[in-house]
Design a protein around this ligand. Sequence first.
Ligand code: FAD
Ligand code: DLZ
Ligand code: SF4
Length: 520
Amino acid sequence: MPGPVLVPILGDQLTRDLASLRGRTKDDTVILMMEVWDEATYVRHHKQKIALIFSAMRHFAEELRDAGWSVDYTELGNPDNAGSFTGEVARAIERHGPRLVSVVEAGEWRVRQDMEQWADKFACEIEILRDDRFICTQAEFDDWAQDRKELRMEFFYREMRRKTGLLMAEDGKPEGGAWNYDSENRKPPKEGLAAPERPKFEPDAVTQEVIELVDARFGDHFGSLDTFGWPVTREQAEEAADAFFAERIECFGPYQDAMIAGEDDLFHSMLSTSINLGLLDPLELCRRAEEAYREGRAPLNSVEGFIRQIIGWREYVRGFYWHQMPHLQEANALNAQRGLPEFYWTGETDMACLADCIRSTRDNAHAHHIQRLMVLGNFALLAGVNPREVQDWYLVVYADAYEWVELPNVAAMILYADGGKLASKPYAASGNYINKMSNYCAGCTYSPSKKTGKGACPFNPLYWHFMDRHRARLEQNHRIGRIYATWDRMGEERQRDYLDSAEAFLDRLEPARAGWARNG
Ligand code: FAD
Ligand code: DLZ
Ligand code: SF4
């Protein structure tokens, strides 16, 4: 009797329509799901991130069993647990004697490298399938990127619009006449702006058990477990999506870049954790957004902005990751060597914007895009923090963080460590930008209008310090180069003031102690 087909499903592949399950019969298939130490500890993930993934995995296994599938599930506490995907697949091969192991390619380089060894290690046939939950295949991306000196999301996005037909008018032109409505999407937060609360999901018995496990085994990792409210099932994720489309999408666009102290979600969808786990289908979400526009329930600028984040940025960074790996991990075009400041972990800083973003990160394992980019990322860029340390921090602290999406955003988008392959210029900004787009500065000990010396917003001298030390590279950049005329007009004394202020500030920064991000 030939053995069954063994289908390993990884923690971010929680999709019923996964390529490896398609066309399988239930009496001939064993699904393998594995909680393993290697994954739980390759960085010291935020406690909520581990709890979310384990709870979602356990719920998904239950859902599959209820639907009649045979699921072999190894819990972390199992004394025979081999600790790694490869070790657990080996044990499962012994148990089930499969004729074929059919698996969907891993999202991360690290895991895919291991997976590619399986054919040599194991005596049965191994099939690694393409992850078709993404809209753009890697071959398509590589084809598109080939021979381009610069890769730009905007052009890639247009291809994805054409490919999916999303927001396309009948004449092949973009809906409304423009591809991008970002100019309508930069509203600062007005007084009293507040968003409807998003649904939070009370931990059920399964989640509660996982929270206790995480507390016991990973209690010294960064972050709080008290506020856990993430969707852990497809049903809950759909409820979260329903609430977004009913209550928040209308204002999503205009206030996409706004920040308000203590308002952690604003009008963002808060769906990235569910999309990345596989609980929600990104294309289906885009179709729902389009429907909201066509039925007059949401404006074009909001809907186009949402769709661009998903079929534009999300697909683009994924294609870029595989296009640039493995060297993207080591990229450091600006030769940034400073250690990550300790306050990224403790939140203890008198810079109100950073303190609030780090608090939200600790409490929710989430911060919204502009906080990640223009506050936390901008500071790391201007201060010249080493990309490896910044990468580790982002990978640890966000519940939606997997290397394929985290690394391009960190190394290339915020740190310009790839030398400008992904983005046309560094996202460097002074305190003025944060003051315009948030209410943080009103509650800060520093003043954004003070440029140097005591009480000056540190982003101001840091901005000019950054521009000055990278002049040779950035002066040639057509999007940012003109700023040097302003710098030159300041004269030597003013310039010295800026540089001295920045250096005094940088000298006071306390580097993080070892052990926050990685064990040993
Ligand atoms: P919304 O604002 O509602 O956006 C809708 C969706 O668009 C998101 O759910 C997400 O799927 C997608 N999206 C938006 N921007 C991006 C982007 N730049 N890259 C990829 N997808 C995007 N997103 C992650 O999913 N995982 C990460 O590890 C991650 N790390 C980031 C690190 C940095 C430095 C920056 C600047 C951004 C990062 N992002 C990451 C992108 C973005 O910040 C999050 O996807 C977003 O904040 C999630 O919240 P949301 O679901 O409310 O997003
Ligand atoms: C992030 C993560 C964690 C913390 N733990 C597990 C796990 O125990 N089992 C599992 O299947 N997946 C886990 N994940 C998600 C994986 O890291 C993710 O599926 C791969 O790295 C993607 O390549
Ligand atoms: Fe942040 Fe500067 Fe504003 Fe303080 S003054 S909140 S440090 S931007």
